[in-house]
Each structure stands twice: as C-alpha cells, then as structure tokens.
Design a protein. Structure first.
Length: 297
C-alpha cells in the first residue's frame, strides 16, 4: 500500500470514526443527564445538511481562514500513524514537531477567519481559545520533551516501537501520562475547559458567524482535530498497536474524556490558566526530573 493510499485511508477512517464517536458522546452525555439524546448518526445529518446550504461570507479573510483551518487539520490527520509502522503513511515526516507545526496552521486559520468575521462573539471566543492554548500547551510540551529525551527520537512511529519493548509510557512515566491526559481534555475543548465555545455565554464563540457550507467544513475540521489529538495520546502513551487495537484504545480515551466532561462545570478563563500552570505544570517538571535521573518504572 502506497503512502498516498494510506494517507487517504487515514482521512476516511478519521472522518467516519470520529463523527460516529461524537454522536455516541452526545448520547452518553444525554444518558448521564437523564435525557434520551439524539441518535448517534445525528452529526452526519447535521454536516451533510450544512454542506448543502449556501454560506454567508464576511469577506475573503473569513473565507480563506475557513479553508486554512480545514487544510491544516487534513494535512495533520493524513500523517498521523494509526498505531504501528505499517499504518504510518509517511514514516520520514511523522515527526512530533512537524505534526505540531501543521496542527498550528489549522488553529491559526480558524483564529484568522473567525476574527475576520467582525463578530464580537467570535473575537471573544478566539481570544479565549488562544489563551487556553497557552495554558495546556506548556505542561504538554514539557511532558513531550521528557518522552523524546528518554527515547532520543521525535519520530512518532519510532516512539511506538520503543514502547513495544519497554512498555507503554502510561506505565513507564505515569505522572507524565496523567498530565498529557489533562492537557488532552483542554485540547478537545471539553468541560471544564470549554471556555472558548461557552454556548450559554458567548453563542458558541468562534463559530458564531458560521453558516451553511462553512459550518459543515469546520465540523469536519473539528473531527480531524480530534483524530490528531486523541491519536497522538494513544500512540505516545498507550503503545499504539494494530489498527484494531488503536481504534479500541481511541474509544476508551474518548469515552473517558466524555464522562469527565459530563459531570464537571466550566472554569473561567483565569481559573483555567491558574490550574494548568499550577499542579499539571508542576507534575510535568517532576516527571522531567525523574526522566533526567533515570527514575522511570
């Protein structure tokens, strides 16, 4: 199977798998809140319905921002290894720094486009989202630096192979895995870290001005982003595995994040920063110290 076919397969699996999981998450949340909830396939209906409608444009910056956000998410999802070297589309470019760079393109495109809409709600949402990135990325990058230092590589598929012989990083460095999971909840924008969207306060934040095809495209972009974020956690801390095991671990991580999100209230923006720069950052540095001293399990 050529690299291009693997990349296309990545995107197909990411779209159908993650959109289905998002529908299941809505069902889980509804059951916890003693509601029936929508059917699991409701997100597919919403996306295809949105794609069938003509969007309202707020200018070329707004239009370009939407395409830039989607393009960045697609490029990142296309190179994420799905659990093993065989399911790595581009083994020479699955570097952690390359993935973070491409992923940032999508985030910046989203920010540029939504601010370009001129809506104050979008501007507030983008401001909150960028501030939240400052919060969760610092402890996450400290943990990832520890992982790369320990194995002397930043290649995702090589880090997966290392875990096949040394054990999952969940067991080798449990403190780092916990910090990475807490950061993952912030990346996913789940409660208590859904400050950017906050539908009860700022009308869904950055997406306030989206309509028609643009809303559908940004929903697809969100699905690819989830695939990248959760997929990286599975690869780097749960050992990846075969395609089947990768998807099973993906489901477990996603359901756990959904359950946590369903029972927690929302943090304010300053509470979120104080939290991430408090205990998680301290634990991330403690994990780094243990790695430097060779005190791993």
């Amino acid at each position: 199977m050529t690299a291009v076919y693997k990349a296309i397969l990545n995107l197909v699996i990411a779209f159908f798998f993650v959109i289905s999981l998002e529908g299941i998450a809505r069902k889980i949340t509804a059951r916890i809140q003693r509601r029936i909830g929508p059917p699991w396939y409701q997100n597919f209906i919403d996306i295809f319905k949105a794609l069938s409608k003509h969007p309202f444009s707020n200018g070329w910056i707004f239009d370009f921002g939407v395409l830039m956000a989607l393009g960045g998410a697609i490029a990142t999802a296309a190179i994420i290894p799905m659990g093993s070297t065989f399911w790595t589309p581009f083994p020479n470019t699955d570097n952690f720094f390359v993935i973070m760079y491409l992923f940032a393109v999508g985030s910046l495109g989203m920010a540029m486009g939504m601010v370009g809409s001129g809506s104050p709600w979008s501007a507030i949402g983008v401001s909150r989202a960028l501030t939240q990135m400052l919060g969760y990325e610092l402890p996450y990058l400290v943990v990832m630096s520890s992982v790369m230092y320990m194995y002397k590589t930043s290649s995702i598929h090589l880090l997966i192979e290392k875990q096949a012989t040394n054990g999952w990083n969940l067991y080798v460095m449990p403190i780092g895995a916990i910090v990475a999971f807490i950061s993952l909840i912030g990346m996913l924008g789940k409660k208590p870290f859904d400050i950017a969207v906050a539908p009860a306060e700022i009308a869904s934040g950055p997406m306030a001005e989206l309509s028609g095809k643009y809303m559908g495209l940004l929903q697809i972009m969100h699905a690819f982003s989830i695939f990248v974020e959760v997929g990286l956690f599975v690869d780097l801390f749960l050992g990846g595995g075969s395609l089947g095991w990768f998807l099973v671990k993906f489901i477990v991580v996603w359901v756990l994040a959904t359950l946590i999100s369903s029972v927690l209230p929302r943090f304010r923006i300053e509470q979120m920063l104080k939290f991430y720069w408090g205990v998680p950052l301290g634990l991330a540095f403690l994990n780094a110290l243990f790695v430097l001293l060779g005190w791993t399990f």
